[in-house]
Design a protein around this ligand. Structure first.
Ligand code: FES
Length: 156
């Protein structure tokens, strides 16, 4: 069940959007941010009821964009490492392997203490500062093993 403040936010979005469908992304974001940091199937159904659009339309948006975490709960820190061409050319695979080793977690997994989840994503639009990753809402760029170690250390 969505929190009252989240439902109010979605209502406010609907008032300023010319079409209910235009409020989907904002509604998904509000539910994710106000809630658990991820979206359940139940959340998607509630959003579709509030917006009065088909559940599949909500699901399509939620599963297309990597900023939404659908169904799979993620740890406190959601690490998304870009592995697209620029990042790949500049060592993303080695960065990913390094993070897996340091945190003892595999891609798609969450650490035993539920602190970190690791995923790989396609281009996050920061190709000029590759290799890069996003942790929750923040970008970390020009990654090296040393900078990754420092970033993770700061989150422990
Ligand atoms: S290729 Fe990694 S941000 Fe674009």
């Amino acid at each position: 069940m969505l929190a009252d403040k989240t439902v109010e936010k979605i209502g406010a979005m609907m008032k300023v959007q010319p079409d209910r469908h235009s409020a989907v992304m904002g509604a998904l974001w509000a539910v994710q941010q106000d809630g658990k940091g991820y979206l359940t199937r139940g959340d998607l159904e509630e959003i579709s009821k509030i917006l009065k659009i088909a559940p599949v339309e909500v699901q399509a948006a939620a599963t297309f964009y990597t900023m939404y975490n659908v169904v799979d709960p993620v740890g406190k820190y959601h690490i998304q490492v870009c592995r697209n061409i620029s990042c790949w050319l500049l060592g993303a695979e080695k960065i990913i392997a390094h993070i897996e080793k340091v945190l003892d977690v595999k891609i798609g997994g969450t650490t035993a203490d539920k602190r970190f989840s690791l995923k790989t994503v396609e281009c996050l639009g920061s190709c000029g500062t590759a290799p890069m990753m996003q942790i929750n809402d923040d970008y970390y760029e020009n990654l090296t093993f040393e900078s990754v170690d420092q970033i993770l250390k700061n989150l422990l």
